[in-house]
Design a protein around this ligand. Structure first.
Ligand SMILES: Cc1cc2nc3c(=O)[nH]c(=O)nc-3n(C[C@H](O)[C@H](O)[C@H](O)COP(=O)(O)O)c2cc1C
Length: 172
């Protein structure tokens, strides 16, 4: 469901005049289970897949993860993609568009919060989607008024936090 929901959020994000947005599909990086020999904190990546992923994340001043809930937590592909990098995440605001059944992906977001805190990312908010009530139909997610408002609120918060955290990333 990820691409349909990501497209929905991207369409809302593009309307925010304070942000320039880019839609990134993790699948295109085809990351294997973490296989870099050195700790990511060193930034000495051996594999092309890591270098491309690092370039993509480095370009961002803030990030919104579009994530499902699996077994009351985050899915493995998301955690694996986070693990690959370190400095590329630091001091960036992070938001979530989560989806799932009745729990709407909220448990995935809760489980990710301490991980992002360890990486010094700042939580900016979330949009939580109950697919049981607001489904993807024929590959298209249309959302509703409440979800659109939640998305706009998250984007406003990201626009507010981004310059503050940009300053923290300046070399001292
Ligand atoms: C292995 C697996 C575990 C899941 N566990 C949960 C869960 O704990 N809570 C929930 O609300 N939905 C759960 N779901 C439902 C998914 O959130 C839902 O199918 C969602 O569309 C999956 O995202 P994806 O299509 O992008 O993979 C689970 C789905 C899978 C495949």
């Amino acid at each position: 469901m990820g691409p349909s929901i990501a497209q929905w959020f991207y369409d809302i994000a593009r309307l925010n005049e304070d942000l320039q947005v880019e839609l990134v599909d993790l699948a295109t990086f085809d990351l294997p289970i973490f296989n870099e020999p050195k700790h990511p904190i060193m930034g000495q990546y051996e594999f092309e897949h890591t270098k491309q992923w690092a370039t993509s994340v480095s370009r961002a001043d803030a990030i919104v993860f579009v994530i499902p809930e699996y077994n009351h937590s985050f899915n493995a592909a998301t955690k694996n993609a986070i693990e690959y990098l370190h400095n590329e995440w630091r001091y960036k605001p992070v938001g979530f568009v989560s989806y799932g059944g009745a729990a709407m992906g909220t448990r995935a977001v809760q489980a990710l919060k301490p991980i992002f805190a360890a990486l010094k990312m700042i939580y900016a908010g979330e949009v939580t989607i109950p697919l049981t009530f607001v489904p993807v139909v024929d590959g298209k997610f249309s959302g509703n008024e409440v979800l659109t408002l939640a998305g706009e609120t998250l984007l406003k918060e990201l626009a507010k936090l981004t310059p503050v955290y940009q300053a923290l990333r300046q070399p001292s």
